[in-house]
Design a protein around this ligand. Structure first.
Ligand code: HPA
Length: 273
């Protein structure tokens, strides 16, 4: 059975003060919030109209991982305006599931109902190539930590906004795959034995997103996740271990395709369901 109360461990007053501060800095309607995964924030750079450092938002701690810059960006695409969290929190940095979920809770407090969660992920399925995008249809939480206890630890990702995004992306011939995202704790990348196991249960693997999805569902928001496949995982041994820099590089190379998909995401977020 699911827990009834939403486990927000953050201080209500601080949350409200943070939301008021953001509302003053951004007066236009925000149909969607986006959390930028590793190396993904530069995709928004040319469209940033306002920057708010996490240091100015009392509810948000600083992030510590390379490729995460700790800033809220107000981004104006031709398709609409979005609130972008350029900086995500991970379990392996020492954050709890509730702390990881704070950007989602903050967006919800601002009245945002749709949230796109982007991430870098390793491709487990044979046909996935570096630079491809995958929209998750499900997630399996293998992190050992949960925001909300679920038995089994699997989440189905389906809501009308997600369906409209995938339909529209297909109509516009924007290539993307669908599949199951496995969330692991990190920070170390998988051993060959783990890869063999995870391949049996999922299509791609990463170290984030699952607690943000749990929060969004718990708050009645519509989540959509987009994974940028930054490396492929196979049984055949790599000559060199995977490095975070390689993940950031591959993520940057997928920017063009990701932008096209994010345009669809923002356009559909503005439309009535
Ligand atoms: N494993 C886990 N997390 C990741 C990977 C990976 O191969 N690539 C990018 N994030």
């Amino acid at each position: 059975m699911q827990q009834r109360m939403f486990p927000i461990t953050c201080d209500r007053r601080t949350l409200e003060r943070s939301a008021e501060l953001l509302a003053r800095r951004c007066t236009e309607p925000l149909p969607v919030a986006i959390i930028a995964g590793s190396g993904i924030a530069p995709v928004f750079e040319q469209d940033v109209v306002e920057r708010i450092p996490y240091a100015d938002v009392p509810i948000l701690p600083q992030t510590s991982v390379a490729g995460h810059q700790s800033e809220i960006l107000i981004v104006r695409f031709s398709s609409g305006t979005a609130l972008v969290f350029a900086g995500r929190y991970h379990l392996y940095e020492g954050f709890s599931p509730a702390q990881i979920a704070v950007p989602v809770v903050l967006a919800n407090t601002l009245g945002v109902r749709k949230i796109a969660l982007t991430n870098a992920a390793g491709g487990l399925r044979h046909d996935l190539r570096t630079g491809e995008l995958l929209i998750a249809s499900g997630m399996i939480n293998m992190t050992g930590r949960a925001l909300v206890q679920q038995r089994p630890s699997a989440i189905t990702l389906s809501n009308s906004w997600r369906e409209r995004c995938t339909d529209r992306a297909r109509q516009q011939s924007i290539a993307f795959a669908e599949g199951t995202y496995i969330a692991v704790h990190g920070p170390s990348y998988e051993t060959r034995a783990e890869v063999r196991f995870y391949r049996l249960i999922g299509d791609c693997i990463g170290m984030s997103t699952v607690h943000e999805v749990q929060a969004a569902i718990q708050l009645g928001m519509e989540p959509l996740t987009i994974s940028v496949i930054t490396n492929t995982l196979s049984d055949s041994p790599r000559t060199q271990p995977l490095q975070h820099e390689e993940v950031l590089d591959a993520s940057r190379r997928a920017h063009h395709r990701l932008r096209a998909l994010l345009d669809v995401v923002i356009t559909t977020a503005k439309e009535p369901a």
